[in-house]
Design a protein around this ligand. Structure first.
Ligand code: UDP
Length: 237
């Protein structure tokens, strides 16, 4: 069995990752694959929390451009993250794992409300906790939520699943000279203005000295490989 390099982590999965080959919405085979990947990582063993985004359904900024207020648009965005959390929770349970969604927005008929102590207990009881509803506040993102929950849960790192296998000096899809980084400090990433997380999330990661590991969700087995310290990823610490 592999020895994990990290014992307790938050995996941040963007909404976009759940739409798989589609432009929008939830692609069930992709959700099922991600659920299996998470369970393989969980079995290393690693204590696992997941923060899901909502961009596959709705983003507050886009809604507010249509005339809805930004706080209302962001409330809609946070609701989208709850839908994604529920579909991921169901997929993890179907795959034989135990998962619990906890929303920062209270909706007790739908899922548990986020409470730090209860979340810690679920993690200790070996459940995968899916943190839904973002931070519960408008003007924030689920990247910030991932760093916040990681700090609250005493995690060793945030694993940020993206479309590419790490942090690059430029967009590797459009710039063939883009350089990929293996390891960076928070300060280096800041000084070079590299896009690791959005500015608020990055500031919190720097303040809390939270390592951020950027990897590709399209790479099969990537979550477990990264946790074992073997996967292809950029480590910012
Ligand atoms: N959101 C918010 N507060 C938070 C987290 C998220 O208002 O703390 C809203 C915001 O409108 C955002 C949407 O939820 O656009 C979806 O989150 P995000 O854009 O981070 O999702 P991702 O890009 O990861 O899919």
């Amino acid at each position: 069995m592999q020895t994990p390099a990290y014992r307790r982590v938050i995996v941040k999965i963007s909404g976009e990752a759940l739409s798989g080959p589609e432009e929008f919405g939830i692609h069930q085979p992709t959700v099922d694959r991600i659920a299996r990947e998470l369970l393989t990582a969980h079995a290393l063993p690693v204590t696992l929390g997941v923060v899901v985004g909502g961009g596959n359904i709705l983003r507050g900024v886009s809604v507010s451009e249509q005339g809805v207020s930004r706080p209302t648009g962001d409330a809609m965005g946070m609701l989208a993250t709850v839908m994604n959390a529920l579909v991921l929770e169901a997929a993890i349970e179907r795959a034989g794992g135990s998962a619990r969604s906890m929303s920062a927005l209270a909706m007790p008929q739908v899922c548990e409300t986020y409470e730090r102590q209860r979340a810690l207990r679920h993690l200790e009881d070996n459940r995968v906790v899916i943190f839904a509803g973002g931070t519960g506040n408008p003007f924030f993102t689920t990247d910030t939520t991932a760093v916040l929950r990681a700090a609250e849960m005493g995690c060793d790192a945030v694993l940020k699943a993206t479309k590419v296998d790490g942090v690059y000096s430029a967009d590797p899809k459009t710039d063939p000279t883009a350089k990929r980084f293996e390891r960076l400090t928070h300060q280096e990433a800041f000084d070079r203005e590299l896009k690791v997380l959005d500015a608020t999330a990055f500031a919190l990661a720097r303040d809390t000295r939270m390592p951020i590991i950027v990897f590709s969700i399209h790479e099969p087995g990537a979550v477990a490989a990264v946790l074992a310290g073997k996967g292809r990823a950029t480590i910012v610490e």
